[in-house]
Ligand binder design. Structure first.
Ligand code: F0G
Length: 440
């Protein structure tokens, strides 16, 4: 715990960017669910079975077997984390001038697509950009928008980039029916679907709860069904698979796998470890099994829902419906007096930290960055602060403290001022940008 004076000093030192705070100055850390989950006793036991051979480690084959069993893909290309897989698949499949449609951008995913010469086009349904819409599957692809992109760019859409769930929309799921329709459309135009499977088990839970005809299936069955409507996936094993580090690319085409494995030895490591230690691959393999247990998912998303219900009952504007990995505060509705060019979500995350030491993350104009061609700031409709819940870490009491702090800031919201960016890194600026408060 810290005092208000300590937090004020820490925030100033961190340039009003929660990414630049030291963790010792944070009380409840809701920055991200990435690598911050608690590993289970089974995972820690697995760590003791690390086979640290340079080549052909036992743990690689365990991981490969579980990727085949739970997701159904043929070839495993291990990477140090999700963006390593994004880099490799983008380099293998995208050529200069290609177009990559997808259900809303993700920061690292889009950047790797752009750096490989591609242009990302958002084809998510309009409801995803409206925090108040209670559409049950706000992660769905608008099939008309997608078909237009496929029709207008023959031979230049190497794949459709589909995320389950959609992080930047608020952890919103795609339905199984929509996933199938996207796959069929991609095939009609000779393209592929690459799934961002980072939170696919959370997505499967929502399908079980909400989609007609799916309530009798297990999360594990739905995960496999979702993956079956894609040609491969990228995975950050730091989320769903409950590991502190790791990731992979998995594909069904032998030629794509061979090219990816070849690039892997340049950028990640040998094709049987790709940047992970043997013990890390074991933890991921076991985490995959645990992530698809219905009881685990009920507890995990139930906790997120608990926080959301509380804030909603108190009238705090949040993205609805509540998503899989966190609560997203609607900073536009929260701070209507702060214009987007004064970074309202960044300012709100800073104000929350100042109030209680709860660390959240900006997901708005700062995260969206600049257009790759024009250099103009992108102005997303969604201006959000993400309270991300690590898996198996916090108790309901922590959720209560968080909700109460958000409410305190809400009651005093007129006092929150906007910010000015004083240092802007060129790439993924949100991680390292620095700010100063605007004076009255
Ligand atoms: N895809 C999605 C949907 C993600 O949320 C992330 C990471 C990645 C890919 C990249 O994976 O971090 O292992 O390289 N999201 C984290 C977050 C950083 O806080 O949402 P990575």
């Amino acid at each position: 715990m810290t005092t208000a004076e300590q937090r004020e000093a820490a925030l100033k030192e961190a340039g009003y960017n929660t990414f630049l705070l030291r963790s010792r100055d944070v009380y409840i850390d809701l920055l991200t669910d990435s690598g911050t989950s608690a590993m289970s006793d089974r995972q820690w036991a697995g760590m003791m079975l690390g086979d640290e051979a340079y080549a052909g480690s036992e743990n690689f084959y365990r991981l490969e077997a579980n990727v085949r069993k739970y997701y159904g893909y043929t070839y495993l290309i291990p990477t140090h984390q999700g963006r390593g897989a994004e880099h490799i698949i983008s380099r293998v499949l995208i050529r200069t001038g290609d177009v990559v449609p997808g259900n809303m951008y993700f920061t690292t995913t889009r950047l790797h697509q752009e750096m490989a010469g591609g242009r990302f086009v958002d084809v998510i349904i309009d409801e995803a950009h409206d925090p108040a819409s209670e559409h049950p599957f706000k992660g769905n692809v608008d099939l008309d928008k997608l078909e237009k992109v496929l029709r207008e760019n023959p031979g230049h859409v190497p794949y459709v980039s589909v995320a389950a769930t959609v992080n930047m929309a608020g952890g919103q799921p795609i339905s199984l029916a929509n996933m199938r329709a996207v796959y069929e459309l991609a095939k009609k135009y000779g393209s592929r679907v690459i799934l961002d499977a980072t939170r696919v088990a959370e997505n499967a839970w929502f399908i079980q709860q909400r989609e007609e005809g799916q309530s009798g299936k297990t999360v594990a069955e739905i995960v496999k069904a979702l993956c079956s409507f894609s040609d491969g996936c990228t995975m950050s094993a730091k989320k769903d698979p409950l590991a502190n580090i790791g990731g992979f690319l998995a594909v069904n085409e032998a030629s794509v796998a061979a090219e990816a494995a070849n690039l892997l030895v340049v950028y990640e490591g040998l094709h049987t470890y790709g940047g992970m230690a043997g013990r890390d691959m074991e933890a991921v393999a076991i985490g995959i099994e645990e992530s698809v247990q219905d009881d685990h998912m009920r507890a995990r998303i139930g906790q997120v829902q608990y926080l959301g219900d509380k804030l909603r009952a108190w009238g705090v504007p949040i993205v609805l419906p509540v998503g899989g990995h966190g609560i997203f505060l609607d900073a536009r509705a929260f701070l209507p007096h702060v214009p987007q060019e004064h970074y309202p979500a960044q300012a709100l995350a800073a104000a929350l930290y100042l109030d209680s030491g709860v660390r959240a993350m900006e997901r708005g104009i700062v995260s969206a960055g600049r257009d790759a061609v024009t250099g103009e700031e992108r102005k997303p409709k969604l201006e959000l602060v993400r309270l991300t819940i690590p898996r198996r870490v916090y108790t309901q009491a922590h959720m209560d403290v968080t909700a109460e702090s958000v409410y305190c800031v809400y009651e005093e919201r007129e006092k929150v001022r906007g910010l000015r960016m004083v240092f802007e890194p060129k790439l993924l600026r949100f991680f390292q940008a620095r700010f100063e408060p605007l004076s009255d």
